[in-house]
Design a protein around this ligand. Structure first.
Ligand code: NDP
Ligand code: GDR
Length: 324
């Protein structure tokens, strides 16, 4: 019998790539999605991967515990991946309460539904390198202390600890992946890599002249979503639940990431890049650099796609999309 997975955040970047991987691995995939007035459910990313008909969509919201309980009771998943969140750090200062409700308490709602209806299911929580915030150690591992610097990061830290608590209190097979930034052509346009590749493509095609950015000195450890969803799945195949850092072990400034995109398009970055003080954040996470040794040792995970290759893939995808 095929294994069943329930994925929250199925309409997001990781939801799409994870669904693709799970389908390839023979799973029956159920995805929780919110209704919207424009399209019943936004399946754009699943359509991009050509799998929109292969995923069974279940209407639901992380804020609705009764719906989650009903869904878990009906689906009887073997694995539950909680990817749903208000995931944009900058918006979290604008919507701190909503971010807390969805990104923090939403995790408890899913865990409760699992505990009540399907305690034998394995659970994955999408934790984040943003939890490290004000950096305490030059390279962050599972042992590095947390110091969250945004309402989003505070909410993720709650989600992280409640997952550990459900594992320790109720014996749930609940794991957290502390994932560093990961991107792809399916990345939301508000995040910096995709904002850059979209703008570079527009400038190249004569549709725009400039790219406005905030703090380009910030450094991030960027990987590819495809590699990172594989790590999520591998985590849940371990006999014992645990927490793992998933990262590349290389950090790059926003400026240098941006330069890769401009260079690939044959454009001079200095002719188009404008620094806009409005785009700076109330508090910044200056540098992130992850140590993925534990995941490599325990289950052999290593990233396959490098930053240059990924940014070029994103620029090409945006050129193709905008040329249509
Ligand atoms: P996206 O922003 O692309 O996707 C977020 C998903 O959450 C969307 O499907 C969205 O649905 C859904 N969602 C938002 N609010 C609710 C709600 N109230 N009820 C149900 N679903 C909701 O994020 P990513 O795919 O990039 O990331 C996946 C997860 O991993 C997130 O939890 C994110 O915080 C976390 N993470 C991401 C990292 C990254 O670099 N990408 C790194 C570390 C952690 P809708 O389409 O309806 O808005
Ligand atoms: P981040 O990603 O906040 O790290 O969170 P984002 O791409 O938004 O920012 C990365 C860095 O770039 C700087 N920056 C800008 N960012 C955006 N979005 N837009 C700009 O114009 C801009 N200019 C400079 C930011 O200040 C920041 O330092 C992502 C999300 O996916 C989270 O959900 C996830 O948990 C973390 O990655 C790990």
């Amino acid at each position: 019998m095929a294994k069943k997975a329930l994925v929250t955040g199925i309409t997001g970047q990781d939801g799409a790539y994870l669904a693709e991987l799970l389908l390839k691995n023979g799973y029956e995939v159920h995805g929780l999605a919110r209704r919207s007035s424009t399209a019943d459910v936004n399946l754009t990313r699943l359509e991009w991967l050509g799998i929109e008909r292969d995923v069974r969509i279940v209407d639901g919201d992380l804020l609705d515990l009764s719906g989650l309980i009903r869904t878990v009771k009906e689906v009887k998943p073997d694995e539950v991946y909680n990817l749903g969140a208000q995931s944009f750090v900058k918006s979290s200062w604008q919507q701190p309460l909503l971010t807390g409700q969805v990104t923090a308490l939403g995790v408890t709602n899913v865990l409760e539904a699992v505990r009540i209806e399907r305690p034998e299911a394995r659970f994955y929580q999408a934790s984040s390198s943003e939890m490290y915030g004000l950096i305490q150690e030059p390279m962050q591992s599972e042992e590095t202390p947390f110091y969250p610097r945004s309402p989003y990061a505070v909410a993720k830290l709650y989600g992280h600890w409640i997952t550990i608590n459900y594992r320790e209190s109720f014996g749930l097979h609940a794991s957290s992946g502390i994932l560093f930034n990961h991107e792809s052509p399916l990345r939301g346009i508000e995040f910096v890599t995709r904002k850059v590749t979209d703008a570079v493509a527009r400038i190249k095609l004569g549709l725009a002249k400039e790219l406005r950015l905030g703090n380009i000195d910030a450094k991030r450890d960027w990987g590819h979503s495809k590699d990172y969803v594989r790590a999520m799945w591998m985590m849940l195949q371990q006999d014992v639940a645990d927490d793992y850092v998933i990262a590349t072990g290389r950090t790059t400034t926003v400026r240098d990431m941006c330069a890769i995109a401009f260079k690939h398009a044959g454009l001079n970055m200095n002719d188009h890049l404008v620094i806009d003080p409005e785009l700076f954040r109330p508090a910044e996470v200056d540098v992130l650099l992850g140590n993925p040794e534990k995941a490599r040792k325990k289950f052999g995970w290593t990233p396959k796609i490098g930053l240059e290759e990924m940014i070029i893939e994103m620029v090409e995808a945006d050129l193709k999309r905008l040329s249509k």
